[in-house]
Design a protein around this ligand. Structure first.
Ligand SMILES: *Cc1c(COP(=O)(O)O)cnc(C)c1O
Length: 419
């Protein structure tokens, strides 16, 4: 099970250790629930993905997976830019020191504020609507990619497929070609073409087909417009394992195949070799993150044993949104036999607020610390204050040191917005 945890995870003296720090020490110092991110894991993933795209390629962190200034800064040190999709995410990236050349601006409904900021920073936008080229040009945007939807259904949860016909994202090929023409006519520098198939892709099938169709689309642009794409932005979507029963292909291996497939497909159509851009989110921060919860009420019913934690769907709504499955380790009793089957419930007033249906734990009791691995992506990023529960803190750990990178929200913070 330790292979779901970050690279620095160890069991020492019967206790889970992350980045050289005992889980109980982290919980005592920063409180619970606590999101613990392992710096070593984030950096290892970042460097491996950069290697996968080669020296002319670029990797942009899909900021929405965990919008955090410290993480953006850390990734920038390893040469990564950021993909942002709102004025808020863009502000986070700017706060982390990223400039226009390190950004890709997304969004299926970009507002004026976002386009204006993109123009001010001279960052490229990814055109995602028929009239967006005109709006972007009026705002002063100078560079663009065009997002094309190529009709490939990825075999992932329906909430996170994006590349199919009828998707709210991107433009079908004929409209995308018109957008390229429009952008060129308005004097924009059109860098290239963009696709994003979906998230947590189970294999390479959908992406391979998409890449072939992307090359065909680039060839049709060359034939009809005399314009050649310099960039093939293949989006993100590389998955991670969240549960021991899951079998997910390694993100770096998939990224390498994606890059080589794109190069070959462009070459086969007589197109110049594109620079490969990637926008991974989940696979950069997912495994790096572990959530620590404190166990409160334990109820042993004839039907099952409930273990209630001090968080739940407010800090991690993925079980409710995607049917996500997690596991847990009794972090301070990690060497004890996991002899009891339990269900881990959140503290919210919803029967559906169940984080884990079934997990084996050493007879759980009040005060235990539970560590839930593979929670670094799309958890805090999607958190709410449901039931008036303030959002948890996040720390970055490395070599025996912990750094607070997101303060714990307080009830006073919540009351501040009330009138
Ligand atoms: C969500 C998203 C990503 C990141 O997806 P992951 O599955 O986290 O890798 C990248 N690009 C676009 C356009 C996205 O919408």
């Amino acid at each position: 099970m330790l292979d779901l945890f970050p690279l620095s995870a160890r069991i020492e003296g019967g206790e889970l250790v992350l980045g050289g720090l005992a889980a109980s020490e982290l919980a005592d110092r920063f409180g619970t629930p606590l999101y613990v991110y392992c710096e070593e894991t984030v950096r290892e993933r970042a460097r491996s993905l950069r290697d996968a795209v080669g020296t002319d390629g670029r990797v942009f962190y899909g900021t929405k997976a965990f919008p955090n200034v410290a993480v953006l800064r850390l990734l920038r040190e390893d040469g990564l830019g950021a993909d942002v999709a709102s004025a808020g995410e863009l502000a986070f990236a700017v706060a982390a020191g990223l400039g226009g050349d390190e950004l890709v601006i997304h969004g299926n409904n970009k507002d004026e504020a976002l386009l204006g900021e993109a123009a001010r920073l001279r960052a490229p936008i990814v055109v995602d609507a028929p009239d967006e080229v005109a709006l972007a040009a009026a705002a002063g945007v100078e560079r663009a990619l065009v997002r094309v939807t190529l009709g490939v259904d990825a075999d992932t949860h329906e909430a996170i497929v994006t590349g199919h016909h009828g998707s709210k994202f991107g433009l079908p090929p004929d409209e995308a070609l018109r957008a390229v023409r429009d952008a060129l006519a308005r004097g924009l520098d059109v860098l290239g073409v963009h696709v994003h198939v979906g998230s947590q892709l189970p294999d390479f099938t959908a992406q391979a087909e998409t890449i072939l169709r992307l090359a065909a689309f680039a060839a049709s642009c060359r034939d009809e417009l005399g314009w050649e794409a310099r960039v093939a932005d293949l989006g993100g979507g590389f998955g991670i394992r969240h549960h021991p029963d899951e079998d997910v292909p390694d993100a770096v291996a998939l990224a390498e195949v994606a890059a080589s497939t794109a190069r070959a497909a462009f070459r086969d159509l007589g197109l110049p070799q594109p620079a490969i851009w990637l926008e991974p989110g989940r696979c950069l921060v997912g495994r790096a993150g572990v959530t620590l919860y404190r166990v409160g009420a334990v109820k042993r019913l004839p039907e099952r044993t409930w273990v209630a934690i001090d968080g739940g769907m407010s800090d991690n709504p993925r079980p409710q949104l995607y049917g996500a499955r997690y596991t847990a380790l009794s972090a301070a009793r990690a060497d004890e036999q996991p002899d009891e089957l339990a269900s881990v419930a959140g503290m919210h007033c919803e029967s559906g607020d169940v984080l884990i249906d079934d997990v084996r734990l050493p007879s759980p009791r009040r005060g235990d610390l539970l560590a839930v691995p593979a929670t670094g992506a799309y958890t805090l990023a999607m958190s709410s204050t449901y039931n008036g529960v303030p959002r948890p803190a996040a720390v970055l750990v490395r070599g025996g040191e912990a750094r607070l990178v997101r303060c714990r929200e307080t009830v006073d913070d919540l009351l501040r917005s009330e009138t």
